[in-house]
Design a protein around this ligand. Structure first.
Ligand code: ADP
Length: 585
């Protein structure tokens, strides 16, 4: 028997079966092995790799069936891939083997086995009821660095009664290659998963950041937590320090009837444990999960992860995710939930600040309104009743007071409108309105502004009357916002045109200017509240609050319409307001 370099190094665990000294058969087998190894290592998707291992091994050993079991740290078969068996037959067999009997020899002792007839082997533990009858068997452990990660076996050699030592030698070598391919695919899967999770985390944090309603946020956070960790249920409890208790804010996947709404932080709950530990914890013992509410189907969770939600560095709540299957969460799972909970805490902080700001703004606007109205009225009266021989400097001062008190008044109205629109407390008083007349009347009030900037205004009137159902004051407010913007953002001597477009069910008003246009990246934001073009890019004379377009959009939408913009830098901008048409009987 030859003693090549591989044998000396102990690569061949069993005898070279061919017994030939210069052997052609061995070369052929090695070639086949190289092909097979290539075939399994050219894939990175774990499921495909596993299936390919089972198929390739069966093909080369010329067996009827083959199976590859994946074994976890505890030596339990966690997944089981078969080859040569129809999906229906596979379904009939049911659960994967437990790894007793002959498979146990492979997994626990790490030894290859070759058996002529399974039925007569004393180590067998029997087949489940719907298992096809199997006779000859060849199995090898799949191991890497002496650690068993699976078992690979085939049954029923096609052209002979039993598998040969040569088959065993070949399969042993192949199993080593298979182990490497499996580990590679596993690592790749892990990296890919981590990448996907990071992407998802960023996307979800972005969604949370755009939400300003805390109640809506609670729901979004629990849903996102389920998606991120691929789990069926989650719950968010806030910690009310004053009462030392947790209360439920949102949940998904749990039975609402049996859901615990509040509980004392002193009880032996996971949330209380987290308060003590001050970090993310995972629970999988039955005793720890005793008081956890069941899923929708009444089954209790078998494991959970719970992360702190911190606001202003203090634990203000907990985010819990539940698993239906018994499992130990990995460090990556823990870190993922913890990072997400941190982002959730920041989003909640932001939403609360936003709410406070809203409250403050509307209170301030209310309180300023009355004194400001008095100043405005007094300035108006003063201006009209001044003696004509007063010095021009004094006249200018009084006019200044009146103009600026009017500006302040408009600003306050905008602030109040924006808050009311946000709260949904603006009610429209709709009536049939003739569009051209309404637009012309509004434009007319702005004539002094057009004149001041030597801009040409024109209204392209249709030949007949067209009607919409609208609140006159509010529609005028929309038109004033669009027209004053057109004036503001168009240079002196420019052109502003209003056109009316009529369709069967819609009337569209177009406000077009020959201004500088809106850069592409700005288009996404101009309808946001308080958005203004950065001050250094604005013309010095353009004053504003960044509220006009957001108010216009809310008002148009309240009317059941839509508003949008088209613009070309250096050419001009068109705003379109599309409203449902009203046909008069
Ligand atoms: P404001 O005019 O008070 O800044 P708006 O909400 O009315 O607030 O408008 C938001 C932003 O949209 C403006 O700051 C400006 O950058 C841009 N914008 C609005 N209308 C026009 C227009 N007709 N031409 C160019 N830019 C415009």
């Amino acid at each position: 028997m030859s003693s090549g370099p591989y044998e000396q190094k102990g690569y061949f665990p069993i005898e070279n079966p061919t017994g030939e000294s210069s052997n052609f058969g061995l070369i052929q087998r090695l070639q086949a092995l190289a092909h097979a190894s290539l075939a399994i290592s050219s894939e990175l998707d774990l499921t495909t790799v596993l299936q390919r291992i089972a198929d390739t091994a069966r093909e080369f050993a010329n067996a009827q069936y083959a199976a590859l079991g994946i074994v976890n740290e505890q030596g339990i078969i966690t997944s089981f891939i078969t080859s040569g068996i129809s999906p229906q037959d596979r379904e009939q067999i049911g659960q994967p083997p437990r790894g007793h009997g002959l498979l146990g020899v492979l997994i626990k002792q790490g030894k290859a086995i070759r058996v002529r007839d399974i039925a007569t082997d004393p180590r067998r533990s029997g087949f489940p009821p719907n298992h096809p009858v199997m006779t000859s068997l060849l199995g090898v452990p799949v191991s890497i660095n002496d650690k068993i990660v699976g078992d690979l076996y085939m049954t029923d050699k096609r052209d002979a009664n039993e598998f040969t030592p040569e088959d065993e030698w070949w399969l042993t070598l192949f199993a080593r290659q298979a182990a490497v391919a499996m580990i590679n695919a596993r690592l790749y899967n892990k990296v890919e998963r981590a990448h996907k999770r990071a992407e998802m985390l960023a996307e979800m944090a972005d969604v949370l950041n755009r939400t300003i309603d805390p109640e809506e946020l609670f729901g979004q956070i629990t849903q996102a937590a389920c998606l991120l960790l691929e789990l069926p249920a989650a719950a968010l409890y806030v910690f009310e320090e004053k009462h030392n208790r947790f209360s439920l804010k949102a949940q998904v996947g749990l039975n609402p009837e049996t859901c615990i709404h509040t509980f004392q932080a002193s009880e032996n709950s996971p949330a209380a444990k987290l308060l003590k530990a001050n970090e993310t914890i995972s629970l999988h013992e039955k005793a720890d999960l005793e008081h956890i509410q069941p899923f929708l189907d009444g089954v209790k969770p078998s494991a959970m992860l719970i992360a702190p939600i911190r606001q202003y560095s203090k634990i203000n709540g907990v985010l819990e995710v539940y698993s239906a299957t018994a499992r130990r969460f990995t460090l990556e799972d823990k870190m993922l939930l913890e990072t997400f909970a941190t982002k959730a805490g920041l989003a909640l902080e932001k939403a609360q600040l936003y709410r406070e700001k809203e409250r403050f703004l509307s209170m301030t606007a209310h309180d300023l309104r009355a004194p400001l109205a008095a100043i405005k009225m007094s300035a108006g009266l003063l201006e009209t009743s001044l003696p004509p021989d007063l010095s021009p400097a004094l006249l200018r001062l009084v006019a200044n007071i009146r103009r600026n008190s009017e500006r302040l008044n408009n600003l306050l109205s905008d602030l109040l409108d924006a808050t009311r629109l946000e709260q949904g407390s603006i009610r429209l008083r709709v009536e049939p309105l003739e569009v051209v007349e309404a637009v012309a009347a509004t434009a007319h009030t702005l004539t002094p502004l057009f004149d001041e900037r030597s801009q040409k205004f024109s209204l392209e009137k249709p030949y007949q009357e067209y009607w919409v159902m609208a609140d006159r004051r509010r529609l005028e407010q929309v038109m004033v916002n669009l027209l004053t913007n057109a004036i503001k953002y168009t240079s002196n001597g420019g052109k502003v045109t209003v056109g009316i477009l009529v369709e069967e069910k819609w009337i569209t008003i177009e406000v077009k200017d020959s201004g500088n246009g809106i850069p592409e990246e700005e288009m996404l934001h101009i309808f946001d509240r308080f958005y203004r073009r950065p001050i250094h890019e604005q013309n010095d004379t353009t004053s504003g609050t960044g509220l006009g377009l957001s108010i216009a959009r809310s008002l148009v939408e309240l009317h059941g319409g839509t508003i949008w913009v088209e613009s070309e830098v250096g050419v001009g901008t068109s705003f379109f307001v599309k409203l449902p048409r009203y046909i008069r009987e």
